[in-house]
Design a protein around this ligand. Sequence first.
Ligand code: VGL
Ligand code: ZN
Length: 209
Amino acid sequence: MQILPQDVLIVVDVQNDFCPGGALAVADGDAAIDAIHRIAPRFQHIVLTQDWHPAGHSSFASAHPGKRLFDQIETSYGAQTLWPDHCVQGARGAEFHPALHLPQAELILRKGFHPHVDSYSAFLENDHVTRTGLEGYLDERNLGRVFFAGLAYDFCVGFSALDARGLGIEAVIVRDACRAIDLDGSVAKIEARFAQAGVALIRSAELLG
Ligand code: VGL
Ligand code: ZN
């Protein structure tokens, strides 16, 4: 697959808390980094996202006495999974994994900072209304197709790709440059939605060579 000058690689949430030893560790999360480093030099534009929650965020199970980790609650914007405290603003767990080396990244987009709304997607918060500003950024810079890598495949990567499609932006996920949480069939569920929405799935090898 040919990478075009306007294509952007969006590297999602490669942070300590999503890697082994972190508060919401994705199995082998840090293993996505090698593939990310292999494909990154092929792109003229890279954006990093950073999950960035205030302490006591409403997506934390600890903020809901009586609820357990990974329970679902109903919120004003629909169902919300309750996570361990993770990616708290300024904490070590919120820092990018120390092995991630992408100094050429042009933007670091933080998300999830509104106390009462979670944001899996890099485009739209979980209320499906509040914008992160990424669409406007890409638009103003005439950046087009978006490629995704990072964590977690079945949450922040997946919902970002679906929202890109919803905004009319071509979206490609580099599968082996991602790792999944796989909570209650979340991988199968989101892959069914990828097929519906026209999210493309490729291997990093298709961008190399
Ligand atoms: C994520 C759950 C909660 C992710 C972020 O990056 O996929 N998942 N916050
Ligand atoms: Zn989060």
